[in-house]
Design a protein around this ligand. Structure first.
Ligand SMILES: Nc1nc2c(ncn2[C@@H]2O[C@H](COP(=O)(O)OP(=O)(O)O)[C@@H](O)[C@H]2O)c(=O)[nH]1
Ligand SMILES: [Mg+2]
Length: 381
Protein backbone atom coordinates (compact mmCIF):
# COMPACT_ATOMS: atom_id res chain seq x y z
CA UNK A 1 0.00 0.00 0.00
CA UNK A 2 1.47 3.38 -1.03
CA UNK A 3 -1.09 5.78 0.37
CA UNK A 4 -3.73 5.69 3.12
CA UNK A 5 -6.36 8.39 2.77
CA UNK A 6 -7.92 9.22 6.13
CA UNK A 7 -11.27 10.96 6.11
CA UNK A 8 -12.79 12.03 9.44
CA UNK A 9 -16.56 12.25 9.12
CA UNK A 10 -19.30 13.60 11.29
CA UNK A 11 -22.68 13.41 9.57
CA UNK A 12 -21.50 13.57 5.97
CA UNK A 13 -23.91 11.03 4.41
CA UNK A 14 -24.66 13.03 1.23
CA UNK A 15 -20.93 13.49 0.48
CA UNK A 16 -19.55 9.97 0.81
CA UNK A 17 -20.37 8.52 -2.63
CA UNK A 18 -19.12 11.57 -4.50
CA UNK A 19 -15.93 11.67 -2.44
CA UNK A 20 -15.13 8.00 -3.04
CA UNK A 21 -15.88 8.33 -6.74
CA UNK A 22 -13.57 11.33 -7.20
CA UNK A 23 -10.80 9.90 -5.00
CA UNK A 24 -10.92 6.65 -7.00
CA UNK A 25 -10.53 8.58 -10.27
CA UNK A 26 -7.66 10.65 -8.93
CA UNK A 27 -5.63 7.82 -7.43
CA UNK A 28 -5.41 5.68 -10.52
CA UNK A 29 -1.95 4.16 -10.63
CA UNK A 30 -1.38 4.74 -6.90
CA UNK A 31 -1.93 1.82 -4.55
CA UNK A 32 -4.30 3.58 -2.15
CA UNK A 33 -7.00 2.92 0.45
CA UNK A 34 -9.62 5.14 2.11
CA UNK A 35 -10.28 4.96 5.83
CA UNK A 36 -13.33 6.75 7.15
CA UNK A 37 -13.06 7.50 10.85
CA UNK A 38 -16.65 8.21 11.62
CA UNK A 39 -18.40 9.71 14.63
CA UNK A 40 -21.71 10.25 12.90
CA UNK A 41 -25.15 10.10 14.41
CA UNK A 42 -26.85 9.95 10.99
CA UNK A 43 -26.77 7.29 8.26
CA UNK A 44 -23.16 8.01 7.21
CA UNK A 45 -21.84 4.58 8.33
CA UNK A 46 -24.52 2.76 6.31
CA UNK A 47 -23.72 4.85 3.26
CA UNK A 48 -19.99 4.16 3.69
CA UNK A 49 -20.59 0.37 3.89
CA UNK A 50 -22.77 0.50 0.82
CA UNK A 51 -20.25 2.53 -1.20
CA UNK A 52 -17.36 0.35 0.02
CA UNK A 53 -19.00 -2.78 -1.40
CA UNK A 54 -18.65 -1.54 -4.98
CA UNK A 55 -15.70 0.84 -4.73
CA UNK A 56 -12.68 0.59 -7.03
CA UNK A 57 -10.25 0.74 -4.09
CA UNK A 58 -10.29 -0.59 -0.51
CA UNK A 59 -12.64 1.48 1.65
CA UNK A 60 -12.62 0.85 5.38
CA UNK A 61 -14.86 2.20 8.11
CA UNK A 62 -13.94 2.82 11.72
CA UNK A 63 -17.07 3.87 13.51
CA UNK A 64 -16.59 5.28 17.02
CA UNK A 65 -19.35 5.44 19.58
CA UNK A 66 -17.50 8.08 21.59
CA UNK A 67 -16.13 11.14 19.83
CA UNK A 68 -12.91 10.95 21.83
CA UNK A 69 -10.68 13.90 20.94
CA UNK A 70 -13.21 15.03 18.30
CA UNK A 71 -11.81 15.55 14.81
CA UNK A 72 -8.17 15.44 16.02
CA UNK A 73 -8.74 12.19 17.89
CA UNK A 74 -10.36 10.68 14.79
CA UNK A 75 -7.31 11.54 12.67
CA UNK A 76 -4.97 9.86 15.17
CA UNK A 77 -7.10 6.71 15.09
CA UNK A 78 -6.83 6.80 11.32
CA UNK A 79 -3.01 6.96 11.56
CA UNK A 80 -3.02 3.93 13.83
CA UNK A 81 -5.24 1.90 11.49
CA UNK A 82 -3.56 2.86 8.20
CA UNK A 83 -1.89 0.22 6.02
CA UNK A 84 0.65 2.71 4.70
CA UNK A 85 2.98 5.08 6.56
CA UNK A 86 2.04 7.78 4.05
CA UNK A 87 -1.20 9.14 5.51
CA UNK A 88 -3.20 11.76 3.68
CA UNK A 89 -5.85 13.51 5.75
CA UNK A 90 -8.77 15.23 4.07
CA UNK A 91 -12.24 16.44 5.02
CA UNK A 92 -15.28 14.45 4.01
CA UNK A 93 -17.24 17.39 2.60
CA UNK A 94 -15.19 17.85 -0.62
CA UNK A 95 -13.87 21.22 0.48
CA UNK A 96 -10.52 19.52 -0.10
CA UNK A 97 -10.69 18.63 -3.80
CA UNK A 98 -9.54 15.06 -4.53
CA UNK A 99 -8.06 16.46 -7.75
CA UNK A 100 -5.17 17.81 -5.62
CA UNK A 101 -4.17 14.40 -4.27
CA UNK A 102 -1.90 13.60 -7.20
CA UNK A 103 0.16 16.80 -6.76
CA UNK A 104 0.43 16.35 -3.02
CA UNK A 105 1.46 12.73 -3.38
CA UNK A 106 4.02 13.56 -6.08
CA UNK A 107 5.61 16.15 -3.81
CA UNK A 108 5.71 13.70 -0.92
CA UNK A 109 7.12 10.91 -3.09
CA UNK A 110 10.27 12.93 -3.72
CA UNK A 111 11.13 11.72 -0.25
CA UNK A 112 12.81 14.82 1.22
CA UNK A 113 10.01 15.94 3.60
CA UNK A 114 7.97 14.46 6.45
CA UNK A 115 4.82 16.34 5.66
CA UNK A 116 3.21 18.04 2.68
CA UNK A 117 0.76 20.74 3.67
CA UNK A 118 -2.00 21.66 1.21
CA UNK A 119 -2.28 25.40 1.71
CA UNK A 120 -5.03 27.89 0.97
CA UNK A 121 -2.59 30.73 1.48
CA UNK A 122 0.46 29.70 -0.56
CA UNK A 123 1.10 30.55 -4.20
CA UNK A 124 -2.12 30.51 -6.14
CA UNK A 125 -4.12 28.76 -3.43
CA UNK A 126 -7.46 30.28 -2.42
CA UNK A 127 -9.92 30.14 0.44
CA UNK A 128 -12.99 31.02 -1.61
CA UNK A 129 -14.92 28.11 -0.10
CA UNK A 130 -15.06 29.64 3.38
CA UNK A 131 -18.74 30.12 4.15
CA UNK A 132 -18.86 33.86 4.76
CA UNK A 133 -16.88 37.01 5.54
CA UNK A 134 -16.74 36.18 9.24
CA UNK A 135 -15.14 32.79 8.56
CA UNK A 136 -12.61 34.43 6.21
CA UNK A 137 -11.68 36.95 8.89
CA UNK A 138 -11.52 34.34 11.67
CA UNK A 139 -9.33 32.13 9.48
CA UNK A 140 -6.92 34.94 8.55
CA UNK A 141 -6.63 36.35 12.08
CA UNK A 142 -6.13 32.96 13.73
CA UNK A 143 -3.56 31.94 11.11
CA UNK A 144 -1.60 35.16 11.69
CA UNK A 145 -1.82 34.74 15.46
CA UNK A 146 -0.66 31.13 15.26
CA UNK A 147 2.27 31.92 13.02
CA UNK A 148 3.29 34.81 15.29
CA UNK A 149 3.33 32.47 18.26
CA UNK A 150 5.48 29.86 16.51
CA UNK A 151 7.67 32.02 14.29
CA UNK A 152 10.38 29.38 13.95
CA UNK A 153 8.47 26.11 13.78
CA UNK A 154 5.92 27.52 11.36
CA UNK A 155 8.20 29.67 9.26
CA UNK A 156 7.65 27.50 6.17
CA UNK A 157 3.93 26.99 6.74
CA UNK A 158 1.46 29.53 5.38
CA UNK A 159 -1.57 27.49 6.45
CA UNK A 160 -0.97 25.63 9.73
CA UNK A 161 -4.73 25.35 10.30
CA UNK A 162 -5.47 23.36 7.18
CA UNK A 163 -7.04 19.92 7.51
CA UNK A 164 -5.57 18.76 4.19
CA UNK A 165 -2.07 17.26 4.45
CA UNK A 166 0.02 14.18 3.79
CA UNK A 167 2.31 13.03 6.55
CA UNK A 168 4.69 10.17 7.19
CA UNK A 169 3.09 8.79 10.35
CA UNK A 170 6.47 7.61 11.63
CA UNK A 171 7.31 11.29 12.11
CA UNK A 172 4.31 11.78 14.39
CA UNK A 173 4.85 11.23 18.07
CA UNK A 174 1.28 10.25 18.92
CA UNK A 175 1.98 9.87 22.65
CA UNK A 176 2.85 13.55 23.07
CA UNK A 177 -0.24 14.79 21.26
CA UNK A 178 -3.31 15.99 23.12
CA UNK A 179 -5.78 16.25 20.29
CA UNK A 180 -8.44 18.75 21.12
CA UNK A 181 -10.88 19.84 18.52
CA UNK A 182 -10.14 20.71 14.95
CA UNK A 183 -6.48 21.64 14.59
CA UNK A 184 -4.51 18.43 14.65
CA UNK A 185 -1.89 19.55 12.11
CA UNK A 186 -1.03 22.57 14.26
CA UNK A 187 -0.63 20.28 17.26
CA UNK A 188 1.71 18.01 15.29
CA UNK A 189 3.79 20.83 13.82
CA UNK A 190 4.06 22.73 17.11
CA UNK A 191 5.34 19.72 19.05
CA UNK A 192 8.14 18.63 16.76
CA UNK A 193 10.48 19.95 14.11
CA UNK A 194 9.45 18.38 10.82
CA UNK A 195 10.60 18.83 7.25
CA UNK A 196 7.70 20.57 5.57
CA UNK A 197 6.70 21.33 1.99
CA UNK A 198 3.59 23.15 0.81
CA UNK A 199 1.36 22.71 -2.17
CA UNK A 200 -1.24 25.40 -2.92
CA UNK A 201 -4.87 24.41 -3.39
CA UNK A 202 -8.29 25.98 -3.90
CA UNK A 203 -10.48 25.48 -0.86
CA UNK A 204 -13.88 24.67 -2.35
CA UNK A 205 -17.37 25.18 -1.04
CA UNK A 206 -19.04 22.31 0.81
CA UNK A 207 -20.56 19.69 -1.52
CA UNK A 208 -23.53 19.11 0.82
CA UNK A 209 -24.43 19.19 4.51
CA UNK A 210 -23.42 21.66 7.18
CA UNK A 211 -20.19 22.80 8.80
CA UNK A 212 -19.49 21.50 12.31
CA UNK A 213 -17.19 24.40 13.15
CA UNK A 214 -18.58 26.47 16.00
CA UNK A 215 -17.90 29.10 18.59
CA UNK A 216 -17.04 26.25 20.89
CA UNK A 217 -14.36 25.01 18.50
CA UNK A 218 -13.01 28.57 18.43
CA UNK A 219 -12.61 28.64 22.22
CA UNK A 220 -11.01 25.18 22.06
CA UNK A 221 -8.57 26.52 19.51
CA UNK A 222 -7.52 29.47 21.65
CA UNK A 223 -6.90 27.31 24.72
CA UNK A 224 -5.06 24.78 22.56
CA UNK A 225 -2.84 27.53 21.19
CA UNK A 226 -2.04 28.93 24.64
CA UNK A 227 -1.39 25.49 26.10
CA UNK A 228 0.83 24.48 23.17
CA UNK A 229 2.83 27.66 23.39
CA UNK A 230 3.23 28.17 27.12
CA UNK A 231 2.09 24.95 28.73
CA UNK A 232 -0.48 24.54 31.44
CA UNK A 233 1.19 26.93 33.83
CA UNK A 234 0.56 29.91 31.58
CA UNK A 235 -3.15 29.17 31.33
CA UNK A 236 -3.15 28.87 35.09
CA UNK A 237 -1.37 32.24 35.32
CA UNK A 238 -3.79 33.89 32.92
CA UNK A 239 -6.73 32.68 35.00
CA UNK A 240 -5.00 33.79 38.21
CA UNK A 241 -4.42 37.22 36.66
CA UNK A 242 -8.06 37.54 35.65
CA UNK A 243 -8.98 36.55 39.21
CA UNK A 244 -6.78 39.29 40.63
CA UNK A 245 -8.43 41.88 38.39
CA UNK A 246 -11.89 40.63 39.35
CA UNK A 247 -10.86 40.74 43.01
CA UNK A 248 -9.90 44.42 42.83
CA UNK A 249 -13.05 45.26 40.85
CA UNK A 250 -15.32 43.58 43.41
CA UNK A 251 -13.64 45.37 46.34
CA UNK A 252 -13.99 48.65 44.47
CA UNK A 253 -17.67 48.01 43.69
CA UNK A 254 -18.63 46.89 47.18
CA UNK A 255 -16.84 49.68 49.06
CA UNK A 256 -18.42 52.09 46.60
CA UNK A 257 -21.89 51.08 47.77
CA UNK A 258 -20.83 51.41 51.40
CA UNK A 259 -19.71 47.89 52.37
CA UNK A 260 -16.94 47.79 54.98
CA UNK A 261 -13.60 47.26 53.22
CA UNK A 262 -12.68 44.15 55.23
CA UNK A 263 -16.02 42.53 54.45
CA UNK A 264 -15.60 43.55 50.83
CA UNK A 265 -12.11 42.04 50.71
CA UNK A 266 -13.36 38.74 52.15
CA UNK A 267 -16.30 38.53 49.72
CA UNK A 268 -14.04 39.41 46.78
CA UNK A 269 -11.45 36.79 47.75
CA UNK A 270 -13.99 34.01 48.16
CA UNK A 271 -15.78 34.87 44.91
CA UNK A 272 -12.55 34.87 42.94
CA UNK A 273 -11.35 31.64 44.57
CA UNK A 274 -14.53 29.91 43.42
CA UNK A 275 -14.38 31.56 39.99
CA UNK A 276 -10.74 30.55 39.50
CA UNK A 277 -11.57 26.99 40.48
CA UNK A 278 -14.33 26.75 37.88
CA UNK A 279 -12.13 28.22 35.15
CA UNK A 280 -9.16 26.01 35.90
CA UNK A 281 -11.42 22.94 35.93
CA UNK A 282 -12.66 23.86 32.48
CA UNK A 283 -9.48 25.08 30.81
CA UNK A 284 -6.33 24.00 32.65
CA UNK A 285 -6.87 20.58 34.16
CA UNK A 286 -9.69 19.29 31.96
CA UNK A 287 -7.55 16.38 30.78
CA UNK A 288 -6.80 15.27 34.35
CA UNK A 289 -10.31 15.46 35.79
CA UNK A 290 -11.34 12.02 34.60
CA UNK A 291 -8.75 10.23 36.71
CA UNK A 292 -8.80 12.57 39.71
CA UNK A 293 -11.09 12.45 42.73
CA UNK A 294 -14.65 13.81 42.46
CA UNK A 295 -15.41 17.45 41.83
CA UNK A 296 -16.41 18.23 45.42
CA UNK A 297 -13.23 16.69 46.76
CA UNK A 298 -11.21 18.71 44.27
CA UNK A 299 -13.09 21.83 45.20
CA UNK A 300 -12.56 21.22 48.93
CA UNK A 301 -8.79 20.84 48.44
CA UNK A 302 -8.48 23.83 46.16
CA UNK A 303 -10.68 26.02 48.36
CA UNK A 304 -8.81 25.07 51.56
CA UNK A 305 -5.46 25.67 49.92
CA UNK A 306 -6.36 29.12 48.68
CA UNK A 307 -7.83 30.20 52.01
CA UNK A 308 -4.83 28.85 53.90
CA UNK A 309 -2.55 30.67 51.51
CA UNK A 310 -4.45 33.89 52.09
CA UNK A 311 -4.13 33.50 55.87
CA UNK A 312 -0.45 32.59 55.81
CA UNK A 313 0.77 35.04 53.21
CA UNK A 314 -0.26 38.24 55.01
CA UNK A 315 1.71 37.54 58.24
CA UNK A 316 4.71 36.45 56.14
CA UNK A 317 4.62 39.79 54.34
CA UNK A 318 4.46 41.50 57.73
CA UNK A 319 7.50 39.56 59.00
CA UNK A 320 9.47 40.30 55.83
CA UNK A 321 8.70 43.99 56.08
CA UNK A 322 9.38 44.42 59.80
CA UNK A 323 12.22 41.91 60.17
CA UNK A 324 13.91 41.96 56.78
CA UNK A 325 13.48 45.66 56.00
CA UNK A 326 11.99 44.89 52.62
CA UNK A 327 9.44 47.28 51.19
CA UNK A 328 5.82 46.13 51.42
CA UNK A 329 5.42 46.15 47.64
CA UNK A 330 8.46 43.94 47.04
CA UNK A 331 7.51 41.61 49.90
CA UNK A 332 4.01 41.26 48.46
CA UNK A 333 5.39 40.63 44.98
CA UNK A 334 7.81 37.95 46.19
CA UNK A 335 5.16 36.14 48.22
CA UNK A 336 2.72 36.31 45.32
CA UNK A 337 5.22 34.70 42.94
CA UNK A 338 6.12 31.98 45.43
CA UNK A 339 2.43 31.42 46.21
CA UNK A 340 1.67 31.14 42.50
CA UNK A 341 4.26 28.43 41.96
CA UNK A 342 3.26 26.53 45.09
CA UNK A 343 -0.40 26.81 44.08
CA UNK A 344 0.32 25.42 40.63
CA UNK A 345 2.35 22.52 42.00
CA UNK A 346 -0.28 21.79 44.64
CA UNK A 347 -3.07 21.73 42.07
CA UNK A 348 -1.14 19.58 39.59
CA UNK A 349 0.10 17.06 42.12
CA UNK A 350 -2.58 17.03 44.81
CA UNK A 351 -5.92 18.44 43.68
CA UNK A 352 -5.84 16.67 40.31
CA UNK A 353 -3.80 13.65 41.41
CA UNK A 354 -5.08 10.38 39.97
CA UNK A 355 -7.42 8.54 42.29
CA UNK A 356 -5.83 5.50 43.93
CA UNK A 357 -7.08 2.26 42.41
CA UNK A 358 -8.84 -0.33 44.54
CA UNK A 359 -10.15 2.05 47.18
CA UNK A 360 -13.56 1.02 48.56
CA UNK A 361 -16.21 3.30 47.16
CA UNK A 362 -18.49 4.28 50.00
CA UNK A 363 -22.12 5.21 49.48
CA UNK A 364 -21.40 8.86 50.17
CA UNK A 365 -18.53 8.78 47.72
CA UNK A 366 -20.83 7.20 45.17
CA UNK A 367 -23.36 10.03 45.55
CA UNK A 368 -20.62 12.62 45.29
CA UNK A 369 -19.30 10.96 42.14
CA UNK A 370 -22.74 10.86 40.63
CA UNK A 371 -23.11 14.58 41.32
CA UNK A 372 -19.68 15.09 39.83
CA UNK A 373 -20.61 13.24 36.65
CA UNK A 374 -23.74 15.33 36.31
CA UNK A 375 -22.05 18.62 37.06
CA UNK A 376 -19.27 17.90 34.62
CA UNK A 377 -21.34 16.42 31.80
CA UNK A 378 -20.49 18.16 28.52
CA UNK A 379 -22.49 21.28 27.92
CA UNK A 380 -22.44 24.18 25.54
CA UNK A 381 -20.07 26.97 26.41
N1 LIG B 1 -14.72 11.86 13.04
C1 LIG B 1 -15.06 13.15 13.24
N2 LIG B 1 -15.09 14.01 12.21
C2 LIG B 1 -15.44 15.30 12.43
C3 LIG B 1 -15.79 15.79 13.73
N3 LIG B 1 -16.09 17.10 13.60
C4 LIG B 1 -15.95 17.41 12.30
N4 LIG B 1 -15.56 16.33 11.57
C5 LIG B 1 -15.28 16.22 10.13
O1 LIG B 1 -14.16 17.05 9.88
C6 LIG B 1 -14.27 17.64 8.59
C7 LIG B 1 -14.21 19.16 8.71
O2 LIG B 1 -15.35 19.62 9.40
P1 LIG B 1 -16.27 20.81 8.84
O3 LIG B 1 -17.54 20.78 9.61
O4 LIG B 1 -16.37 20.72 7.35
O5 LIG B 1 -15.43 22.07 9.29
P2 LIG B 1 -15.13 23.38 8.41
O6 LIG B 1 -14.63 22.90 7.07
O7 LIG B 1 -14.08 24.09 9.21
O8 LIG B 1 -16.41 24.11 8.31
C8 LIG B 1 -15.57 17.11 8.01
O9 LIG B 1 -15.27 15.98 7.22
C9 LIG B 1 -16.36 16.72 9.23
O10 LIG B 1 -17.32 15.72 8.95
C10 LIG B 1 -15.75 14.85 14.81
O11 LIG B 1 -16.04 15.17 15.96
N5 LIG B 1 -15.38 13.56 14.51
MG1 LIG C 1 -15.65 21.69 5.80
Amino acid sequence: MQLSIIVPTYNEAPNVAELVRRVTDETEGIDAEIIFVDDSTDTTPDVIREVAASAGLPVRLIHRDHRRGGLGGAVLEGFAAAESDACLVMDGDLQHPPEEIRDIYARFARGDVDVVVASRYAGDGTSAGLADRTRVLVSKVSTALTRAMFPIRLKDVSDPMTGFFLIDRRAVDAATLRPRGFKILLEILARKNLRIAEVPFDFAGRHAGESKASMRQGVHFLTQLTALRFGKMSLFAVIGGLGAIANVAIVWGLTHVGVNYLVAAIIASEVTIVGNFLLQERFVFQDMKGEASGVWARFAKSFSFNNAELLIRIPIVAIMVSGGHISAVIATAITLIVAFIVRFVFHSLVVYAPRKPGVEVSRARHIVEELDAQAMAPGEL
